[in-house]
Design a protein around this ligand. Structure first.
Ligand code: UT7
Length: 356
């Protein structure tokens, strides 16, 4: 039976460390508030004008490719998950192909727009291509350059202090080793609350979704017949071009959905939480991870947390944490590993794999 294994993994965290105290110099916040509410002590920011989501992805990908024992030219499919792409279009998949110097055009490149669950969705997607036999070397990356699109004033503090930049990448290959590889995937979505965690402008919505909001929003549209509705002066002047999050609402959903979907993949594989070698939760908030740990009655050594150092890196958080856990020797051959995420959409999901 063919299953999908992670044959190589890499991560990249940019060098610039931004501590909570640094943010305190540009907005009304405090180290105490950030640590108490989120567990975050510091995060990394990429170097503007030199690094992008794509270049960070390439750094992580080169390590993953080398560890898989192949070369970039061996990659036959690229899956790229990000909410902070270099361009509105084309997506980062083709930019990464170019950055890695992959010249063959038989490689496919696909972008995944699932925010925090992008990597989990990507792993489930890559798994299907591998098991069907269509591809043998899939490069899956999650990468984010959040720092280019955040509101660094007090107005944006509830979102800005949480997010950090970084990238994680894996190479997926088929394996026939009994019991090894991806055992189960579960993916969910519920668009009812799409605007509770969203980056809306600029966009081609033209105000259509106002009917789903408690209070309609005036985006500053004029009487344009053609164009002029993608980005208005009002959006710029009134700082409507930043991410929005109803934190407490998202928090309540997250602590409910994380344990549910983890139990689903465990159940599908006929195992229990006690059997887990490692749970890698999307690093959204240390309090969320601790809640999930308590709900599933997991020991400290069964859950990997690194949000303290990197903040929330959205699509990159799961592969960065998985890579770090492996490099620390916290995951061994044959361990049962669960990856889980919840985020904007809402979307949530989990993968269960037997390492090796
Ligand atoms: O990765 C995608 C999924 N995302 C998540 O899962 C995030 C889920 N939500 C959360 O993690 C939390 O809701 C936050 C960390 C975002 C916020 O924590 P909270 O305990 O829910 O705080 P809050 O939003 O209820 O805000 C409490 C107070 C407010 O002041 P008032 O109205 O009580 O006077 C905020 O204005 O804290 C204020 N506040 C801040 N104060 C200092 C908000 N952000 C900050 C800040 N520094 N950075």
């Amino acid at each position: 039976m063919i299953r999908t294994r992670i044959a190589g993994i890499g991560k990249y965290l940019p060098g610039r460390v931004v501590r909570n105290d640094d943010l305190q110099t540009v907005m009304d916040t405090s180290d105490e508030w950030i640590q108490e509410r989120t567990g975050i002590q510091e995060r990394r920011y990429g170097t503007k004008h030199q690094e992008t989501t794509t270049t960070m992805a390439a750094q992580a990908a080169r390590i993953a490719i080398e560890r898989a024992g192949i070369t970039p030219e061996d990659i036959d499919f690229i899956l790229f998950a990000t909410l902070s792409p270099d361009y509105y279009f084309p997506g980062c998949g083709v930019l990464l192909q170019r950055e890695l110097g992959i010249t063959k055009t038989s490689v496919g490149a696909m972008d995944i727009r699932n925010q925090c669950t992008g990597f989990v969705y990507g792993l489930a997607t890559g798994d299907q291509f591998i098991r069907s036999g269509m591809y043998r070397n899939i490069l899956l990356v999650g990468a984010e350059m959040h720092s280019m699109g955040l509101d660094f004033t007090t107005r944006g503090r509830n979102v800005t202090v949480i997010f950090g930049d970084g990238a994680g990448a894996v190479v997926l290959q088929p394996t026939e080793e009994p019991g090894k590889g991806i055992l189960a995937n579960r993916l969910h979505s519920d668009g009812t609350h799409a605007e509770k965690l969203a980056f809306i402008n600029p966009g081609a919505h033209g105000g259509y979704h106002n009917k789903y909001l408690d209070e309609p929003v005036d985006y500053g549209y004029g009487n344009e017949t053609y164009g002029g509705i993608f980005l208005t002066d009002k959006m710029m002047e009134e700082a409507m071009t930043f991410p929005y999050m109803d934190g407490p609402f998202v928090f309540k959903m997250a602590v409910q959905k994380f344990p549910e979907v983890i139990q689903e993949v465990l159940g599908e594989a006929g195992v229990t939480a006690a059997d887990l070698g490692m749970l890698i939760p999307h690093q959204a908030n240390l309090r969320i991870s601790q809640f999930v740990q308590r709900t599933l009655r997991l020991r400290d050594d069964q859950v990997w947390n690194n949000i303290q150092k990197y903040g929330n890196t959205t699509a990159a958080s799961v592969p960065i944490a998985l890579c770090e856990a492996l490099e620390a020797g916290a995951i061994r051959d044959g361990d049962l590993v669960c990856l889980a995420a919840f985020g904007s959409g809402f979307t949530w999901g989990a993968n269960l794999l037997r390492w090796g």
